[in-house]
Design a protein around this ligand. Sequence first.
Ligand code: GLV
Ligand code: GLV
Length: 330
Amino acid sequence: MARVFVTRPIPGRAFKKLEEAHEVEVYPGPGKIPREKLLEEVKGVEAILSILTEKIDGEVMDAAGKQLKIVSNYAVGFDNVDLEAAKERNVMVANTPSSLGDAVAEFTVTLAMALSRNILPADHFVREGKYKVWDPSIFLGLDLTGKTLGVVGAGTIGSVVGKRMQAVFEMRVIYHSRSRNEAFERATNGRKVSLTELLQLADVVTLHVPLSAETRHMISWDEFSLMKKTAILINTSRGPVVREKALVEAVKNKKIWGAALDVFEQEVEKERKHLDPRDWRMLNRFDNVILTPHIASATVEAREEMTQMAVENIILALSGKTPRYLVKTS
Ligand code: GLV
Ligand code: GLV
């Protein structure tokens, strides 16, 4: 039995398997574990099961000690883990690329539909008692059928989104990624274009890139000015891929039709320093913006699978084997 530290309770029956195999300690929450507490709690553990609000860097790994074998991150993304530091210390890093992205893809499609048809403001309108009589001119949305979908990032999730939008709405798919991806093209009938061309042509722009130095603020002032006035932007990847200040301006000045954000530049409220509070309040008031609390992968099925993967990654690593979902650290 080895000691394992888990930075927040996670759902799913598979968690029991970890508790049966090892000595598991869980930070109970609520909310994010304070940094000092994290540094204290990891002392002497062989595995850390982390969630994406925790920055797992060299300091945390050193606080754990030399016996630390694996950081099993409960997410498909792993930008919160310092891979370089892990490599230097011979610590394995693993992730949970659940269900080939089905849950995130479905959520992305849902956001596109809700945004293009004004579902949230229309619902509020009825609830607030404003619906007195049918009116042909209210809540006019935009069709998705036959329009162009621009997928930024041609990985698994982007590919499922493309496939679904093509199947349901017969959308033309264009994509942008560093290199041509033939599997993506087969799944979506997609065509590779430059980011500029994608932003100029797409009616729906959806982001599915990991966060890196290269993708940070990939969508900023210039990018918004390339987009169609009728375009919608969906971000279910990582917040900092979009410069929120530029987004607020674009929405305010009607440079685009609307935006749906499941992720934000800063996801811990008290650390939300990058946006002027007035901008944040404005974002919260726009009718053509949908804001959700990073729930694209939050389905019962996906969480169960993520838990299964995260647990299995640890059990394999601690028995001297290679985790199935090992992240390459070099
Ligand atoms: C969620 O954002 C994930 O990376 O799985
Ligand atoms: C709208 O309700 C219609 O019947 O066209």
